[in-house]
Design a binder for this molecule. Structure first.
Ligand SMILES: [Zn+2]
Length: 414
């Protein structure tokens, strides 16, 4: 039996390549693949029995990516109490529910940068749970007392439960072994900490994390295993420079990047994932430690200045929210922040589609709506080029197609 065909007609197509939108477009999906995308008048005749879905002029875009999430972290309880008070099975179901909500927000691919094991990726691929297709880091790597080390002065480690523990390394040799251990445990991406952070108990964003030599050892080790991307948690200027010099693929957060750091990123083509949604924390302060609230407040203004400068100078940006720290299932609210730091709505959309696919090394099959690509599609109400904020509200995401299958269908009945 031939694969079923669906024709989406009367769409306004934003294909993710940066081309102008095409009105009165048709997108033809056969099985899990896009067979045609473009002006309806040029579409091949639909095969007999094809299903036709009229989109009534709504905007059709590529399925979005969130390149920085933590499905493991509840966004409704204190970060430091995660997983200590629930049965592991309940925790797994809660995690799956966050994945489903994220998918329904228009995110068909996501990268979990620490906290969930590779079983979630497998469960999604086997159709046991609904969610974005996943890339996982499994655990965060840092040195003792760094951003992945949640040991308190009492000796208690609040993350020493289930699979949320950090990967602690303190030398070039240990960094290499750590990378090997993570890959053994199913990591598709290595997440290392090049600076301290906001939520960790004993360091600050300006503290440096792994050294250039340690970072370079991780990058070299992953290169020997299929060249998996290396994502660096990096907030202060010195640590950002270390990470870029060490050869990482992306700077996560990048809040205080200096001019030299921007020069280096441009030179090496390093991506920036600014996670600006985490600055919408006014209604979440009760979930954060006093240290975290104070640190975040102190960072806000300078972050928007420095990230704007990186955008102005042309650093490549991919969309990531740090969901878990920011709310799950409202991922595309990040688009508004990307516009606020100087990107056009179209550039922000590309940061969440084509450019994110490039960061993950999957741009040959995902991130754009073109013939031959995997059929991950999002249809929204409203005009996202006039107001990118329409994508932020999951209620406006009326159709989500993943691998050619409608995984959310809230289109009004024809
Ligand atoms: Zn994070």
């Amino acid at each position: 039996m031939p694969a079923p065909t669906t024709v989406y007609r009367d769409a306004t197509l934003i294909d993710g390549t940066g081309s102008d939108p095409v009105t009165a477009a048709a997108v033809v999906v056969t099985g899990g693949t896009i067979a045609y995308a473009g002006p309806a008048q040029d579409a091949p005749p639909a095969p007999e029995g094809a299903r036709v879905v009229d989109l009534g002029g709504r905007t059709l875009l590529p399925g979005f990516f969130d390149t920085h999430v933590h499905f493991n972290y509840a966004d409704t309880s204190r970060l430091t109490s995660n997983n200590l008070d629930v049965h592991p099975s309940l925790h797994a179901f809660e995690t799956a529910e966050r994945m489903r909500r994220t998918l329904h927000a228009g995110v068909t691919s996501a990268r979990d940068l620490g906290g969930i094991d590779a079983g979630y990726r497998e469960a999604r691929d086997r159709g046991l749970i609904a969610g974005p297709r996943l890339r996982v880091a499994v655990r965060l790597m840092s040195h003792t007392g760094g951003h992945a080390d949640f040991t308190l002065p009492t000796g208690v480690n609040l993350h020493e439960c289930g699979n949320t523990t950090g990967e602690i390394v303190d030398s070039v040799h240990e960094a290499r072994v750590g990378a090997r251990r993570l890959m053994r445990d199913g990591a598709d991406v290595i997440k290392l900490c090049a600076t301290g952070g906001v939520s960790s108990p004993s360091d600050t964003p300006d503290d440096e994390g792994l050294t250039v030599e340690e970072i370079a050892a991780v990058v070299e080790e992953t290169a020997r295993h299929g060249g998996r991307p290396v994502a660096a948690h990096a907030q202060g200027a010195a640590g950002i420079r270390n990470a870029v010099r060490g050869g990482v693929t992306s700077i996560e957060h990048g809040y205080l990047v200096d001019d030299e750091g921007i020069d280096l990123m441009l030179e090496r083509g390093t991506f920036l994932v600014p996670t600006l949604a985490t600055f919408d924390f006014a209604d979440r302060e009760h979930l954060m430690s006093r240290k975290a609230v104070a640190t975040k407040r102190a960072l806000a203004e300078r972050t928007f200045e420095r990230v704007s400068e990186a955008v102005r100078r042309g650093v490549r940006v991919a969309l990531g929210t740090d969901a878990g720290i920011s709310p799950h299932g409202a991922n595309l609210a990040e688009l508004r922040h990307l516009v606020a730091v100087g990107m056009s709505p179209m550039a922000a959309i590309r940061a969440g589609t084509a450019h994110a696919a490039e960061l993950l090394g999957v741009a040959d099959r995902l991130g754009t709506v073109r013939a031959g690509m995997t059929a991950d599609l999002v249809v929204c109400d409203g005009d996202p080029l006039a107001d990118v904020g329409v994508l932020a509200d999951p209620a406006n995401i009326v159709l989500v197609v993943q691998d050619g299958r409608a995984v959310k269908d809230a289109l009004p009945a024809a």
